[in-house]
Design a protein. Structure first.
Length: 83
C-alpha cells in the first residue's frame, strides 16, 4: 500500500515521489520511525470529507438508519424541480 523512504531519500527523489503519491501513500521516516506521509490532494480531500461525515451526528444517524434498513434512498432524478 505505501512505500517508505528516509528523509534524505525523499529529499533526493521528491519530484518522483510527488508523482507516485497520486497512486499510493508514501511514508517518510527519520531514524527508523515514520514521521510523515505524502498523499495526493484527492486522497487527502477524501480523508477530510470522511472525517467531517463521521463528526456530524445527523449524518451518522442517517447512515446508521440506512444500514438498519430503516431508510431508503431515492435517485435524484425522482425529485421534481420547482417550476
Amino acid at each position: 500500500m505505501s512505500s517508505t523512504y528516509s528523509v534524505t531519500e525523499a529529499q533526493t527523489n521528491l519530484p518522483r515521489l510527488l508523482k507516485d503519491a497520486a497512486h499510493r501513500a508514501i511514508a517518510i521516516r527519520r531514524h527508523g520511525d515514520v514521521v510523515a506521509y505524502l498523499l495526493s490532494r484527492e486522497r487527502m480531500e477524501a480523508i477530510i470529507e470522511t472525517l467531517e461525515i463521521l463528526g456530524n451526528p445527523h449524518a451518522m444517524k442517517t447512515i446508521r438508519a440506512y444500514e438498519r434498513g430503516k431508510l431508503k434512498f431515492h435517485p435524484l432524478s425522482s425529485i421534481n424541480a420547482a417550476d
